[in-house]
Design a protein around this ligand. Structure first.
Ligand code: BTN
Length: 326
């Protein structure tokens, strides 16, 4: 079957290409081209068809390429990446990463995908993952430390991603405990950390990150929380998705390396700078209850400090917070 990427590479948004032209270039029949165009449209990519001219993309496409991501990694980073897989479609990059061989200590394997059909969000939610729209990345590595020390990872990675997004040009970036990255209270990126069981006492850790890049190009997207994307925030951003993918891989890998070397504290100290919940009234949702309190930042373990109605500070290890409306 013809790979849709082969056709997409021949199409652009400025000029038309006829079906016959595509068929000749790809050495297939016109009906194969026709079917393939329908498959592309099913992915949410808008294609204009004009009689006598052929096909043209309605908007430019910014496809992922393993080679270009690789070219954008520093030599130091390349030495840390055991393998980099770039998939056209997968159920979930976290699920895929959980089946990869465990890299040796100090190394990481990375998976990116153009589309996830069953992207996983926190607390069993779906992470909506349309084709060629955003970044869906997972990193897998062998945890060398006790599992309970990993609570610091989510906030540390959230800070690193917020810094990176700010560098891209997005203003008003913030973090929300434990691991949301937002802009003006609209979600821009999320992190899902999973441990896929112990192998000889060693945990296979997976850090998944989703970052909205061109989400607003997809009109029919239905998400039950407010969200934004890089393109809406920085319409003239000059970064491609491959460049941002390399930045994301580098940022997360650096945090994981610091974590394994017990050096993540300096990053955690940056939390107050990015914390959008600081000193605000919040609702804390745990598995069994909803608590009301004032968010007072996090401790060195990455736990939330919640001032309860009695004035005591509770240390919260797991849960989710939302701002209380006035
Ligand atoms: C959240 O709910 O905020 C976490 C979202 C994490 C989404 C990413 S996308 C790449 C990786 N693969 C998944 O299935 N989920 C994570």
């Amino acid at each position: 079957m013809l790979n849709i990427i082969d056709i997409l590479k021949l199409l652009d948004h400025q000029s038309y290409r006829s079906g016959q032209d595509l068929a000749d270039l790809l050495n297939v029949t016109r009906s194969t081209i026709h079917n393939c165009i329908s498959r592309i449209e099913d992915l949410g990519i808008k294609i204009e068809r004009t009689h006598g001219l052929g096909y043209r993309l309605q908007q430019p496409l910014d496809l992922l390429s393993k080679e270009i991501i690789d070219q954008n990694l520093s030599a130091d980073m390349k030495s840390k990446i055991e393998s980099l897989v770039c998939l056209q479609e997968v159920d979930s990059t976290n699920r895929y990463a959980s089946e990869l061989d465990l890299p040796p200590a100090g190394k990481f394997s990375a998976v990116v995908a153009e589309k996830q059909s069953a992207g996983k969000g926190r607390r069993g939610r779906e992470w909506v993952s349309p084709f060629a729209a955003n970044l869906y990345l997972s990193l897998v590595w062998p945890l060398e430390k006790p599992l309970q020390t990993t609570s610091v990872l989510s906030p540390s990675i959230a800070i690193a991603i917020a810094q990176m997004i700010n560098k891209i040009g997005v203003k008003n970036v913030g973090v929300k405990w434990p691991n949301d990255i937002s802009c003006d209270n609209k979600k821009l990126a999320g992190i899902l950390i999973e441990c896929s069981g112990e192998l000889n006492g060693q945990c296979k850790m997976i850090v998944g990150a989703g970052l909205n890049v061109y989400m607003s190009r997809y009109q029919s997207i239905n998400i039950d929380q407010s969200w934004t994307d890089i393109e809406s925030q920085v319409p003239n951003a000059s970064y491609t998705r491959n460049e941002i993918a390399a930045m994301l891989i580098s940022e997360i890998t650096q945090v994981l390396t610091l974590f394994e070397e017990n050096k993540v504290n300096d990053l955690i100290k940056m939390w107050p700078h990015w914390d959008v919940m600081k000193n605000h009234q919040v609702n804390l949702y745990t598995e069994h209850e909803v608590k009301v309190g004032i968010a007072r930042g996090i401790n060195n373990d990455g736990s939330l400090l919640l001032e309860t109605e009695s004035g005591e500070i509770e240390t919260i290890v797991m849960g989710e917070v939302s701002l209380r409306s006035a």
